[in-house]
Design a protein around this ligand. Structure first.
Ligand SMILES: [Zn+2]
Length: 294
């Protein structure tokens, strides 16, 4: 079974070291310490499509670095990038992601999400004073009121409704030509995952659904979501699209989904890229149906 994109970093996050400033300084000065190379927030790759790492320079020991964790004995750090304009998503990064291993994407994704969070939390939300990085980059502290702020993750549900052996896929106007994907939306305060899935399907496609089943999850570093992929059973096949959100939607049968995942030119739609959990979700739906038959 294929793992979702942006998972499988395989490093020890070593939380116990984050508050130990002496240990962090020692790790920064260690010969094997490695610093992730970034171009603003984007990954920098070598000729084989692997993340590029540099040494932590002596002068950088006191710089604001994010401690990503330990890979074996080697401490991994990411720079704190001050782009001054958070929230920018360069489409070019999707081309790079298609070249990267899931492991590298996971490491880079964590560094990107943390950087986005830091750039949005330079001031305390309680008293307005400038905040300072602490816990090896996994938090910011306010010297004004003493508040501690921690990186947030926004839960997003992403789902396939099933009806009569087919699943619902949809496209937003900004998607590349032919691309269809699963519906998705933020979980709102006061809502369970199951309720968010049912609400999004009703709001965006006019589909009444129940029987929500969790399938898989992935971090999505644009800027810091946790995608929660689900399947749900639709009561009927009639659609009423929210045209502010969706350009089109359609029900696709198993053969159509298989053709899309195979990249077949005759497929009814262009599948989402493998690093997106919508791809994993479509794959898992096919796998579950294959098992059902066997
Ligand atoms: Zn404060």
């Amino acid at each position: 079974m294929s793992a979702p994109g942006f998972t499988g970093a395989g490093i020890d996050r070593a939380d116990q070291l984050r508050l130990d400033e002496t240990a962090l300084r020692r790790l920064m000065g260690q010969a094997g310490a490695r610093l992730l190379q970034l171009a603003e927030l984007d990954p920098v790759l070598d000729e084989e499509g692997r993340l590029l790492w540099g040494a932590v320079a002596a002068g950088e020991s006191d710089a604001e670095l994010i401690f990503l964790g330990l890979e074996g004995e080697a401490p991994l750090f990411a720079p704190l990038v001050s782009t001054g304009r958070p929230g920018q998503r360069a489409w070019s990064v999707f081309r790079l992601l298609s070249l990267m291993s899931p492991r590298d994407a996971a490491i880079w994704g964590a560094a990107r999400s943390l950087n986005e969070w830091h750039s949005r939390h330079r001031f305390c939300g309680i008293c307005g004073a400038p905040t300072l990085l602490f816990r090896g980059g996994w938090g910011r502290r306010c010297p004004g009121c003493g508040a501690e702020h921690f990186p947030r993750v926004d839960p997003v549900v992403i789902m396939l409704a099933e009806h009569d052996g087919r699943v619902l896929v949809a496209r937003q106007p900004q998607y590349p030509a032919g691309r269809y994907s699963a519906l998705a939306g933020f979980v709102e305060p006061g809502e369970s995952i199951e309720e968010a899935v049912a609400r999004e399907l009703l709001e965006e496609a006019g589909v009444v659904a129940s029987g929500v089943r969790y399938v898989a999850s992935q971090p999505w570093p644009f800027p810091g979501s946790l995608m929660i992929a689900c399947l749900a059973e639709a009561e009927g096949g009639t659609l009423a699209l929210d045209r502010n959100e969706l350009e089109d939607a359609m029900w696709v049968d198993r053969a159509g989904v298989e053709a899309a995942l195979a990249g077949d030119r005759a497929a009814p739609f262009l599948a989402p890229p493998p690093f997106a959990i919508a791809h994993t979700l479509l794959k898992r739906w096919i796998e579950a149906r294959s098992k059902g038959e066997g």
